[in-house]
Design a protein around this ligand. Structure first.
Ligand SMILES: [Zn+2]
Length: 539
């Protein structure tokens, strides 16, 4: 005698709750009544209100450990060579005897061809259990209700010839089923997440049955394993072409999503104006694209770092100095997209260093930081609130031209007293004033070895840099300053002197947390930045 022989008591036990289908396919390591009983016990422990199980053996075994309602089914091979749910009366009788409170029967069109509706009528007359119908369409549900089932279950949706194309759980079908019949609807079939279970109840199901997502370890493992394989495959294909075109050299390469170079080249940047520069850029990209094709890599986008100020939206050069003659006004993005058919992103070469640090470097976890590059010129890129500052006219981040010595030295920009005139390579050599030290590299070596004149020049450079940084820090309150460029190579002294000067000069220094770091991305920082730009924007 079943505990839940009335529909009312059955519904009271399961309403708004989860039932767990505990079944193992033949040959599965868990294909054993004892194993299914343990799954069922665990399901109840986790809050399930009922169990669905296959075969009198499993049902009997589960009944010994579970007091909650059990929906029994009897899966058998039918004469068409396919499995059918509870295809004969004797199977239903055995389930009832084993302790099933309800018995499910395949009432789809195929099930009906095997006499499902007649079987429902006989079960109503001869068995003291509830009878529920596994169906795939509203019509099948209506026929089953007409024959006398107590509930309908969406179990077969997507598993019959007529519905085979439906591979996802669809709450709209539950709502439609709910309107088509006047018996309770239980949602079952391809419900793989708590969110889908909630959606089923929202759509009007009285309860939800989940099987595979809870009780099939092999399937669940496969979901994870396959996601990881897909991720790996996607990572293998997400390479970009990245180019850093400076006034002297052009560096380029194929770069992976994690910043590895699959290919790299360096070529001198030609003079001769816009046509020559654009032709050079296209030839450089073509070499990368050809290499990618030979290596079986797919380049998904192109990133370009270029000297000059860039309108990021249009990818055109807002202004370039005579380092790149004729470059001002060039429509870089559109001409490269027309040539290669790949999404192309163009950015100022100092700005891309900030992208590089954000994606691959010291600032990976940070939303507010400033990159300053110290070489022939002084440039920078500022991130605020997680985004690069570009400005209204693409002229933001002109850190080299912050005025630190009003009325001071003339600058390349035509003004005077700019940071660049006090903190670039030429300034460092000039301030050393030692004819024996002719290059910034020599000064750095001497200063780090304790040469007094070189040390003093480095100190003056650090003071100037600090004066520029004070203004940036007061404006943006960054978490980190990342230094890069020739003046930071093999130079322990400069970052230390800078930090000491900042501690003296910055308001509320003790209450801030500002780190000074030297970039570890090195020589290819610009190419990595162009790659980061392309990777961030391609999707
Ligand atoms: Zn200037």
């Amino acid at each position: 005698m079943s505990r839940y022989c009335s529909l009312e008591s059955f519904l009271q036990a399961i309403r708004g709750r989860l039932l767990v289908s505990c079944q193992a396919v033949s040959g599965d390591p868990f294909d054993h009544p004892g194993a299914m009983a343990r799954f069922a016990a665990a399901a109840i422990l986790g809050g399930a209100a009922g169990i669905r199980a296959n075969g009198a053996g499993d049902v009997g075994s589960i009944r010994k450990v579970v007091a909650a309602p059990i929906i029994g089914i009897d899966k058998r091979m039918a004469s068409d060579g396919r499995i059918l749910i509870t295809p004969d009366f004797e199977g239903a009788q055995a389930l009832a005897a084993a302790g099933a409170d309800a018995i499910a029967i395949d009432c789809t069109r195929r099930g009906q061809r095997y006499g499902a509706l007649e079987r429902v009528r006989r079960m109503r007359r001869e068995l003291d259990t509830l009878i529920v119908a596994d169906i795939a369409t509203e019509e099948e549900a209506a026929a089953a209700v007409e024959a006398g089932v107590h509930c309908v279950l969406s179990t077969m949706r997507g598993y019959t010839d007529e519905t085979a194309s439906l591979q996802e759980f669809d709450p709209a079908f539950i709502a439609s089923l709910r309107r088509a019949v006047d018996v309770p609807v239980i949602a079952e079939g391809r419900i793989h997440s708590p969110a889908e279970a909630c959606a089923a109840l929202d759509a009007g199901a009285v309860a939800v049955i989940v099987g595979t997502a809870i009780t099939r370890p092999a399937n669940i493992t496969e979901w994870f394993a396959s996601a990881l394989r897909k991720r790996e495959a996607a990572a293998g294909s997400s390479h970009v072409v990245a180019v850093d075109m400076g006034g002297t050299n052009t560096k380029a390469g194929i770069v992976s999503a994690s910043g590895e170079f699959a290919f790299q080249i360096v070529a001198p940047t030609p003079g001769g104006g816009r046509t020559a520069l654009l032709g050079h850029l296209k030839a450089t990209i073509q070499r990368c694209v050809d290499h990618a094709a030979r290596s079986g890599l797919t380049a998904g986008a192109i990133g370009i770092a270029t000297a000059g100020w860039v309108d990021f939206e249009t990818g055109s050069i807002a202004y370039a100095t005579e380092n790149l003659p004729g470059w001002t006004g060039t429509q870089v993005k559109s001409s490269l997209e027309a040539e290669f058919g790949l999404p192309t992103f163009v950015e100022n070469d100092a700005n891309v260093l900030a992208h590089a640090e954000k994606r691959f470097g010291a600032a990976r976890e940070l939303n507010d930081f400033v990159c300053i590059t110290l070489g022939t010129g002084v440039g920078g890129g500022c991130y605020a609130n997680g985004a690069l500052i570009r400005g209204a006219n693409s002229f933001a981040n002109a850190i080299g031209h912050l005025c630190i010595r009003p009325g001071g030295l003339a600058c390349t920009c035509g003004r005077s007293g700019c940071l660049e005139a006090y903190a670039n390579a030429a300034a460092l050599v000039r301030m050393t004033g030692d004819p024996a030290l002719q290059s910034a590299e020599e000064v750095i070596g001497a200063a780090n070895a304790g040469h007094p004149g070189a040390c003093a020049a480095m100190q003056a450079c650090a003071e100037a840099l600090a004066d520029g940084c004070v203004n940036v820090i007061h404006l943006l309150d960054p978490r980190m300053i990342v230094l890069s460029g020739g003046l930071t190579q093999a130079n322990q002294l400069l970052p230390r002197q800078l930090e000491e000067a900042l501690a003296r000069k910055v308001m509320n220094w003790g209450r801030r947390s500002v780190e000074v770091r030297v970039s570890t991305l090195g020589y290819h920082g610009g190419v990595l930045g162009a790659a980061a730009l392309a990777l961030e924007n391609e999707k």
